[in-house]
Write a protein that binds this ligand. Structure first.
Ligand code: UD1
Length: 380
């Protein structure tokens, strides 16, 4: 059995790393593709180094672009790699453009190459079709033979779209495998100490979603709220390149003055910072899960989440919507007063550091199973 693993953007690397090492431990041949969707050293190389990910076997170097441009370039560059490797499994993770692009290439070559597609983190839904990630999730699941779900609520989402239950397997959350493996090293890295901050004595904020940072008023509301909070507690803001560019373009640089602004952080430093925070305010998908695993209160700066399990069984809550400065500040203040838990104390089932093992077992079990029939049932 040969497995071809794809990573493209920052939130992919911590999902691929535990799967690559579980495959290596099981003696299963595998290759790694980096599409190059993210390419800045701090958005990519730093993660490979921290996570112990080996050099990719194939680097596609696609870079940034419009959605169509980026997706198309991944597809064009990935097709010859897939034909060359002829894997038994293509494993794609998460919901970024690279995820969908590679799955789409593989499904068209299924007959010719005999490849099957496994989607890790299948079945998550925000039910917000304006999010590019939601489109990527729905379509990638539709194309995949094996749907590896991170939490049990995902089964109902897949069933509601008419996807047959026998294709879906509970795996748990591979990203939490990486988190528990790296936590001792992250704590030793002492990112808060390096910033002169005390454990539990600061908040962390991150924003990068187009819906939050591409609109000047929304971005200003968020920065005003963080600034307001910073009067009482230091607020650290690692800035995604898109956010930094927009702040300057919209003339909002002055709103950064009360905040501790950082460049994007590598995996270990970010984990160290998150672990030590009194609360995290974010629009990231991964941080909603990581804060739950670490026991740190989190406010998600979005109208809804595709990870509702973090609201029910984790430490997450949604910001009051629509975003408005005063109610937002009140909500963030309250979060700073919420209790924190010990790492692993309040986590959903399967967020236990063993998800990648279950992924590999599922790949082994299903490699002999019949592929998805070419004549598929219509959606219910
Ligand atoms: C992508 C994912 C998003 C994920 C996020 C994490 C999609 C549709 N979105 O969004 O789900 O939460 O990654 O970061 O795939 N840029 C750089 N350096 C880089 C990468 C990007 O400067 O290494 C800048 C470029 O100006 C680029 C912009 O960031 O145009 C956006 O990058 P892109 O990969 O298109 O999407 P993200 O916003 O990062």
């Amino acid at each position: 059995m040969h497995v071809l693993l794809v990573a493209g953007a920052r939130p992919n690397f911590m999902k691929v790393a535990p799967i690559a090492s579980a495959l290596a431990r099981s003696g299963i041949a595998h290759s790694l593709v980096h599409t190059g969707q993210h390419y800045d050293p701090q958005m990519s190389d730093a993660f490979f180094a921290d996570l112990g990910l080996r050099e990719p076997d194939f680097h596609l170097g696609v870079g940034s672009g419009t959605h169509a441009d980026q997706t198309a370039r991944v597809m064009q560059a990935f097709e010859p790699v897939l034909v060359h490797v002829r894997p038994d499994w293509l494993v794609v993770v998460g919901d970024v453009n690279s995820t969908l692009a590679c799955a789409l290439v593989a499904v068209k070559l299924k007959e010719a190459l005999g490849v099957r597609i496994a989607h890790v983190e299948a079945g998550l839904r925000s039910h917000d079709w304006r999010m590019p990630e939601e489109i990527n999730r729905v379509l990638t699941d539709r194309l995949s033979d094996l749907l590896l779900v991170p939490s049990r609520d995902a089964f109902a989402n897949l069933a509601a779209e008419g996807l047959p239950g026998e294709r879906a397997v509970f795996a748990g959350n591979v990203m939490i495998d990486a988190l528990f493996a790296q936590l001792p090293l992250a704590r030793a890295a002492d990112m808060p100490g390096r910033l002169g901050l005390a454990r539990d004595g600061y908040a962390v904020a991150t924003v990068h979603r187009p819906s939050n940072v591409d609109d000047p008023d929304t971005l200003a509301t968020l920065l005003h709220a963080f600034g307001n909070l910073a009067r009482g507690v230091p607020v650290v803001l690692p800035l995604h390149p898109r956010t930094r560019r927009n702040i300057t373009q919209f003339g909002l640089d002055a709103l950064l003055a009360p905040l501790i602004v950082l460049d994007p952080l590598g995996y270990r430093d970010m984990l160290s910072l998150t672990d030590g925070a009194r609360a995290v305010f974010t629009d990231s998908g991964g941080l909603q899960e990581e804060t739950s695993a670490l026991g740190v209160p989190c406010v998600t700066l979005r109208e809804q989440t595709e990870r509702p399990v973090t609201l029910l069984e984790g430490t997450n809550q949604l910001a009051p919507w629509p975003l408005e400065r005063h109610s937002l500040v009140r909500c963030l203040r309250e979060a700073l007063g919420r209790p924190r838990y010990q790492p692993g104390e309040r986590v959903p089932e399967g967020w236990d550091g063993r998800a990648a093992i279950r992924v590999v077992e599922a790949l082994q079990t299903h490699v002999a199973a019949p592929a998805v029939p070419q004549r598929v049932r219509a959606f219910a």
